[in-house]
Design a protein around this ligand. Structure first.
Ligand code: ZN
Length: 275
């Protein structure tokens, strides 16, 4: 099995000891690969570092829409940005504004090591928490799609209460591949996502809600750890070794066995991310 979406690299949530322990547990329970997902420039580089240190760990580069609302650092001028781009390991604290991200992401392609980089994500639209500046979210999202297409990479979408805009943005591009991570919307939008050949990321949230279920052939397993622990671990800090709990729940829902769920979702994940 593969955890197609986790944040195990994030030292705000996991100590190095916990990380090592979890990776060992993963092997024991049959979670053979995992993908660490970036949510900002700095965080993506941390995911990169973590992937380089561990076998069968991959990473994704992404600037999450919520980054537009964080004021972690001062606005940076273009010269500082260029320096940061030419030295990917520098820890320049960037406050994202959509006009910067384009320049930034463009230079990033040329400089980042592509080793183990399997996708652009998580990127998208978050309207649940943020009621304003949707135009900026869209601009940032479009730049991230452009980055993925220029590098022939799939995308990992974070879309919350924003599916109408999501589809109208996506339909302006050709050849977009990807997964709608942590899908939490209605049947109509699930159908529309499937019509566009996207995969759907199913995690612990599904185990305690009544979300529409995608066909197994389009499903990827994920944890979104440290968030959204599946039943029976609800309320705990989530981690990738809980993937079998999501798989078991899916097997029951699809009236099949764990082996089938593991095989089909692993094949889907390997195909999308070329791993
Ligand atoms: Zn995530």
């Amino acid at each position: 099995m593969i955890d197609s979406h986790c944040h195990l690299h994030d030292s705000e949530f996991f100590t190095p000891e916990e990380q090592a322990d979890i990776l060992q547990k993963c092997q024991k329970v049959g979670v053979e690969k995992l993908i660490c997902i970036g949510t900002s420039h700095e965080d993506s580089l941390k995911a990169c570092e973590f992937a380089e240190k561990h076998d069968n760990v991959y990473w994704a580069y992404g600037v999450h829409p919520s980054e537009l609302y964080h004021s972690a650092g001062p606005d940076v001028d273009k010269a500082t940005l260029r320096t940061a781009c030419s030295n990917p390991s520098s820890r320049v604290s960037l406050r994202y504004t959509s006009s910067y991200v384009g320049t930034f992401a463009g230079s990033l392609c040329a400089h980042l090591p592509h080793h183990d980089l399997v996708a652009i994500g998580e990127v998208g639209l978050e309207y649940h928490y943020y009621e304003d500046r949707h135009d900026e979210q869209i601009k940032l999202f479009e730049e991230m799609i452009d980055l993925a297409l220029r590098n022939d990479l799939p995308l990992i979408f974070h879309i919350r209460e924003a599916f109408d805009d999501f589809f109208s943005v996506i339909d302006n591009f050709h050849g977009v591949r990807g997964v709608v991570h942590s899908f939490s919307d209605n049947k109509k939008n699930l159908k529309k996502a499937l019509e566009r050949d996207f995969y759907i990321g199913v995690n612990g949230m599904a185990t305690y809600s009544t979300l529409p279920l995608p066909p197994l052939e389009r499903t990827l397993l994920e944890t979104d750890a440290p968030f959204l622990a599946p039943v029976p671990h609800r309320g705990e800090k989530n981690n990738p070794s809980y993937i079998p709990d999501v798989a078991r729940w899916l097997a029951e829902k699809h009236q099949t066995d764990l082996k089938t769920v593991a095989e089909v979702t692993t094949k889907n994940t390997e195909k999308l991310f070329d791993i």
